[in-house]
Design a protein around this ligand. Structure first.
Ligand SMILES: [Zn+2]
Ligand SMILES: [Zn+2]
Length: 314
């Protein structure tokens, strides 16, 4: 799994930070990409990456502020133009569906694929054999959701040598054992899957939080997460503003990650008011609470492999 940030700014684009969007690349896990928020010009940002819009399977929107959704209509049109034919599911607060449908209709944009809209409410909003996504409301100035994405445990690898030693012949029985099924050999011996497979590996958990002031639900969504992605529109010198505008400081983000027992913290949604030295200071403050922290920039890409988060290309 890779996470790539397409826009890390708050409110308006600046020369160095576009508005909010991030891609969760699940290419190894399911051959698709999930997008979280889609600020204006997200499709322009995508042009600088390896992301193919037709690979987008799901788009999750945290809230309906322009810096999180103005890039959607253009991206949806381009996905069709670039050969995207597979259905797309869009999750978001009430009102998103109407806005997208009206915009596509007004601009006479015809898509060669279907969109399924899911109006998000608190609870599990998606679940299949491999993943579960839970949503909870956060505290912003408009309805805003945070998402918790959990990968289910992965079956342990088949120990072929051991299975062969038990007398399992080459062929379909090995596949059954690998998939967790017990098998009976010709001589009546029962071989249990757990005897010849390694123990299941736990999957990863990522909490992707939208704009919010410090709140309990952010902590619940982040409980024991491997990675928490949290906004910090302000720092401690402007903490009054943060509370008034429904945003967080870097210390709020750090406290959410610390109290929830999260391993890694990625901080996004930075105000353009900060100079590089301010960001450096903010990072140092957070690292005292959560050592594994990055304040991310546009196009930063992270890989999650064997329980470790690594920034690529650095
Ligand atoms: Zn925002
Ligand atoms: Zn907002």
């Amino acid at each position: 799994m890779h996470i790539q940030f397409l826009g890390t700014g708050a409110g308006m684009p600046s020369k160095s930070r576009n508005t909010s969007s991030l891609a969760l690349k699940l290419l190894d896990e399911r051959g698709t990409i999930w997008l979280f928020d889609c600020g204006e010009a997200t499709q322009h940002q995508i042009l600088h990456t390896t992301i193919k819009p037709r690979k987008l399977e799901k788009i999750f929107i945290t809230h309906l502020h322009g810096d999180h959704i103005y890039g959607l209509p253009g991206l949806l049109g381009s996905r069709s133009f670039l050969g995207g034919e597979k259905p797309l599911t869009i999750y978001g607060p009430k009102g998103l569906k109407e806005w997208i449908q009206l915009t596509l209709q007004t601009s006479q944009t015809h898509l060669n694929y279907t969109i399924e809209f899911v109006e998000v409410e608190e609870g599990v909003i998606f679940e299949d054999e491999d993943f579960k996504v839970t949503a909870m409301p956060l505290q912003h100035v408009v309805p805003c959701f945070g998402y918790r994405l959990e990968q289910k445990p992965l079956p342990g690898a088949l120990q072929i040598e051991k299975a062969r030693a038990f007398g399992v012949p080459k062929g379909p029985l090995l596949g059954k054992l690998k998939n967790g099924m017990d098998v009976t050999l010709d001589d009546g011996t029962i071989i249990r899957s757990e005897e010849v497979t390694e123990s299941p590996k736990s999957g990863f958990t990522v909490a992707i939080l939208g704009d919010t002031r410090y709140c309990e639900n952010a902590i619940t969504l982040s409980h024991n997460a491997d990675i928490v992605i949290h906004e910090a529109t302000f720092d401690h010198t402007t903490e009054d503003l943060a509370a008034n505008y429904g945003h967080s400081t870097n210390i709020d983000a750090a406290n959410v990650a610390r109290i929830s027992g999260a391993q890694n913290l990625l901080i996004n949604h930075l105000s353009a008011r900060f100079f590089p030295q301010d960001i450096e200071n903010m990072l140092n403050e957070v690292k005292e609470l959560i050592p594994n922290t990055f304040i991310v920039k546009d196009f930063d890409e992270f890989s999650w492999q064997q329980g470790e988060l690594k920034i690529l290309g650095k």
